[in-house]
Design a protein around this ligand. Structure first.
Ligand code: AMP
Ligand code: MN
Ligand code: MN
Ligand code: MN
Length: 278
């Protein structure tokens, strides 16, 4: 029988809703066999998730989703099967979280200029871990009646071009891939259809990612259309990259994404788990 994989999910240690053990229990009820927790720039949820997975017989993959700046574009690199104790990875992630805190202070200042006070404290109060995300600001804006839902909180305040958007220099692409490989893991370019890049630029990104040791493209994503899945399956083959699959589940807040609800990999793709011994 084919196993059900979901290699991209979030817990409340970053901007997900569920505690790591709750996420694992939820994935288990959704018949997921192999689950990766990939919180943004933090690995603090992995131990709890691993213990919960062991208790219910689910195969757990320790992961992370690293924020990267490529040109002036933010891209996300997933690390799979990382050793979370690797010092370079941890130093790198700690620096990214410090950058997040600085950015949060600036987001707060910009929201104050729009007459919205208490946003930093509000976002921090909604944050259970070390990763302070724009999502926490979005939730604060909804809670305080400044936006009706996440999409509009982002569009009106937090997305590129909106008044409280603060540009950030995240990790370098090569650096992030090196941290992952140094931690014994495989790097996958997350949700490649989500970047606002021309087809040519996207191919440059994928080529550069491959050249610096990237292992896989996230061919199947909960945020991709069926057409996008097919397009990235073809690009994975063309660049000789393996294929990963992940929902990018953040919790019941985004009901259009569910753990483990993913189509199969198109024929010809080499799964990122090809050589995994579980
Ligand atoms: P950050 O890494 O703190 O800049 O926040 C990025 C996160 O915000 C992403 O991982 C998504 O979870 C979330 N996000 C970004 N854009 C949107 C949007 N338009 N609607 C809902 N969530 C979004
Ligand atoms: Mn997120
Ligand atoms: Mn992402
Ligand atoms: Mn994600």
């Amino acid at each position: 029988m084919t196993r059900r994989y979901d290699l991209h999910t979030h817990s409340r240690l970053s901007d997900g809703i569920l505690a790591p053990a709750e996420l694992v229990a939820h994935a288990h009820t959704r018949q997921v066999d192999v689950l990766a927790l990939t919180d943004h720039d933090v690995t603090d949820g992995l131990a709890e998730a691993a213990a919960a997975a062991a208790a219910c017989g689910l195969t757990f993959v320790p992961g992370v989703e690293i924020s990267v700046t490529w040109g002036n574009q933010t891209v996300h690199i997933i690390g799979l099967r990382v050793d979370a104790t690797a010092p370079d990875l941890q130093h790198g992630l700690a620096r990214l979280r410090a950058t997040r805190l600085e950015r949060a202070r600036e987001i707060d200042r910009r929201l104050q200029k729009k007459g919205i006070t208490g946003a930093l404290e509000g976002a921090q109060a909604l944050c259970h871990g070390a990763t302070l995300s724009r999502t926490h600001f979005a939730r604060f804006l909804i809670q305080t009646g400044h936006a009706p839902d996440l999409r509009r909180a982002f569009r009106q305040f937090l997305s590129h071009g909106a008044p409280a958007y603060v540009p950030v220099q995240w990790a370098g692409l090569e650096q992030a891939v090196a941290w992952i490989r140094g931690a014994g893991g495989q790097a996958a370019l997350a949700h490649p259809a989500r970047y606002k890049l021309s087809p040519g630029k996207l191919r440059s990104l994928i080529g550069e990612f491959k050249d610096c040791g990237g292992a896989a493209l996230e061919v199947i994503s909960g945020t991709h259309s069926a057409e996008e899945n097919r397009r990235f399956a073809a690009l994975a083959l063309r660049f000789d990259l393996r294929a990963s699959v992940g929902s990018d589940y953040h919790g019941p807040e985004k009901p259009w994404v569910e753990v483990g609800r993913l189509p199969p990999l198109p024929a010809g793709c080499v799964p990122v788990w090809q050589d995994w011994k579980e």
